[in-house]
Write a protein that binds this ligand. Sequence first.
Ligand code: 5CA
Ligand code: ZN
Length: 427
Amino acid sequence: MRAWSQPLIPSIPGRSDAPRLHDTATDAIVEAKPSDVARLYVCGITPYDATHLGHAATYLAFDTLQRVWLDGGYRVHYAQNVTDVDDPLLERATATGVDWRVLAAEQTDLFRADMEALGIIPPNDFVAVTDVIDDISAAVLKLRQSALAYRVATPDALPTPDGPGADLYFDIRAAERQAPWTLGEESNLDEDTMLALFAERGGDPDRAGKRDKLDPLLWRAAREGEPAWESPVGAGRPGWHIECSVIALAELGTDFTVQGGGSDLIFPHHDMSAGHAAALSGHPLAKVYSHTGMVAYQGEKMSKSLGNLVLVSRLRAGGSDPRAIRLALLAQHYRTDWEWTAGQLDDAEARLAAWTLAFGPIAVPAAVAAGIAQESATAVVDRMRAALVNDLDTRGALAAVDAAVSAGVDDPALIAGAVHALLGVQL
Ligand code: 5CA
Ligand code: ZN
């Protein structure tokens, strides 16, 4: 489906190296070096309560990664899903008396508007799950034919012409024998932690009839009052993890450069998505698994379930400059958990004003006239690049620009160009 408008990204002299990025699977900093085109998949929103600052911080981290690749001369192919049919969305629609399709469409629109305002590079493929149900059911059928999916008796499922409807689950242990994958190779968690997170994040460890407590749902059979689609695996709708495996494989192929998302997706979502994809394709899903830290507010992770949300759209409606929101988020390291406070936005506004004065369109004559131009702007840009290729150290890049404000530079326009291209802020 339609994404949003591409921001202008100027090209600047020189180029970045390939970025080094933390890989969750190996817990090491590795080079995210594309062979030709950098291929990136980032898990998209479940469209309700969009877009809070946690979402924005996550998409901004992967926007920064793309800016480094682009500055390094690589092309980028970026895919993102929208989970527009899933239990939490349906529950919210029911609780608020809104049709789930209307809720999803409105919230996806709001997300687009927020992403565009923040200057986030849009995905090349922005894929709603409801647009690829046939592909997902075909993938589930393939897993079933490979004996990697099994039926679990589902008394509340609607009957089908072929007999009682049944939910389908992924057989983790069988997949481990057949596919180049083992459970936990991405998350590196022990069984107890897996079980706790699985239960917390949409899994059903105690469901009767499962072969392994951690086997995840692939296909949920149709129930009364729930959305469902006819398919070769029976009427129903997709489980969560399989949607990202199928969309990523379809748009990017296997072994792509980076799979990303927030750290709340490491388990079970990304472990299971990688498992489904390996079972379907015979290959690993991605080379690097990259995860952002969680943004908290008022002492707890900013989350839809807790309701402690700071929405980008509300900040914008209150008059905040989206460039300042962006700078406030860039002032944190993407991998660290951190807590939002309103003061951070004030600091970012002050920084934006200082940078605009020093490097913006009207800055050049004033600074040069005052005779304060000292530093080489090229050296400042080198420092920005060096920070960003070092596991997206945006704080280091911001510090390089701050130092240049104090020192004065010989070419303010070059700094403005670099701030625009690499940090996405047009002064
Ligand atoms: N639709 C699924 C992924 S397939 C989903 O997790 N949707 S979401 O709307 O809950 O989250 C969208 C993205 O924002 C995910 O990458 C998630 O990890 C990230 N995210 C959610 N809450 C936070 C937070 N508080 N801080 C940072 N990132 C967050
Ligand atoms: Zn996902």
